[in-house]
Design a protein around this ligand. Structure first.
Ligand SMILES: CCCCC/C=C\C/C=C\C/C=C\C/C=C\CCCC(=O)SCCNC(=O)CCNC(=O)[C@H](O)C(C)(C)COP(=O)(O)OP(=O)(O)OC[C@H]1O[C@@H](n2cnc3c(N)ncnc32)[C@H](O)[C@@H]1OP(=O)(O)O
Length: 226
């Protein structure tokens, strides 16, 4: 089943949901950080666990059958709220608020805390890869050619300290369905990880985009999601 879902939902309703679920996910991020760092006594841990399990049960009383997917409304606004990097409703996502321009540039400033650690005090290399995969994909999408990651190559130049970071990406070149993008993660001292990747508009999406373009002749198809 496709997880690209068309929903009849107004922009106002999307904003209402963002204001409801965004802070919920943020509270759970705080919880993850607290679970890693707490030093309260054993009885407090047991009580906290019981409380968390009760809340989880409450939330599961009514839920989506599978993952959130990517949902579009009639205005073409896309919501990737379960996305592991930018998902508004995903507590695992830092989340990144990605800025774009139509020349195919994407950038974001963000904070990575204790939940993203690999080597002591440093960001896990897989987390840097996760973020750069998204950022390069966002650049490809911003330039009008979204795609699935085909190949992603990273060079870890030095450890990335946990804390305040910035990521940037831009399109290097486009060859038909293949968009080549480059980018990096940096701390205040400069670049820590560099990435290059190719993003490929899948055959199934080419067909879907052509169909969509035929249906809404003047409206460009959606190419990026928040
Ligand atoms: C309403 C429709 C909306 C459409 C939206 C479409 C996509 C949206 C996706 C993202 C949008 C934007 C923002 C999102 C931001 C973040 C991105 C995160 C992305 C991910 O987290 S994504 C998960 C990891 N990713 C995968 O899960 C890919 C699994 N894989 C496949 O889904 C297929 O494998 C695919 C699609 C890659 C190709 O399949 P295909 O059948 O369409 O095309 P085909 O095989 O014919 O290749 C065509 C040309 O690409 C070359 N090529 C093929 N594979 C290559 C590879 N791996 N590396 C380098 N080049 C490759 C060939 O050599 C040929 O090149 P040439 O023509 O020059 O010979």
């Amino acid at each position: 089943m496709s997880r690209y879902v068309q929903e009849d939902v107004s922009s106002e309703e999307i904003e209402r949901q963002r204001a409801l679920y965004g802070p919920l996910a943020q509270s759970v991020r705080e919880l993850a950080d607290a679970v890693i760092r707490t030093e309260v006594d054993d009885a407090e841990i047991a009580a906290a666990r019981a409380g968390i399990e009760a809340i989880t049960e409450r939330l599961r009383e009514r839920q989506i059958a599978g993952s959130y997917g990517v949902r579009f409304n009639a205005a073409g606004e896309g919501r990737a709220w379960g996305n592991a990097v930018v998902g508004t409703r995903n507590p695992v996502a830092p989340p990144l608020k990605v800025h774009h321009d139509s020349s195919g540039r994407a950038w974001a400033e963000f904070h990575l805390g204790a939940a993203y650690e690999g080597p002591p005090g440093l960001v896990h290399g897989g987390v840097s890869a996760l973020i750069l995969d998204q950022m390069l994909g966002e650049a490809a999408g911003a330039g009008g050619k979204p795609g699935m990651t085909g190949t992603l190559t990273l060079r870890y130049r030095r450890g990335t300290p946990l804390g305040e970071l910035r990521a940037e990406a831009h399109i290097d070149r486009v060859e038909g369905v293949k968009t080549y993008a480059v980018g990096h993660v940096a701390d205040a001292e400069g670049v820590t990880v560099e990435a290059e990747g190719v993003f490929i508009l899948p055959k199934w999406a080419c067909r879907a985009l052509e169909k969509q373009a035929r249906e809404q002749q003047d409206e460009p198809p959606p190419t990026r999601f928040e």
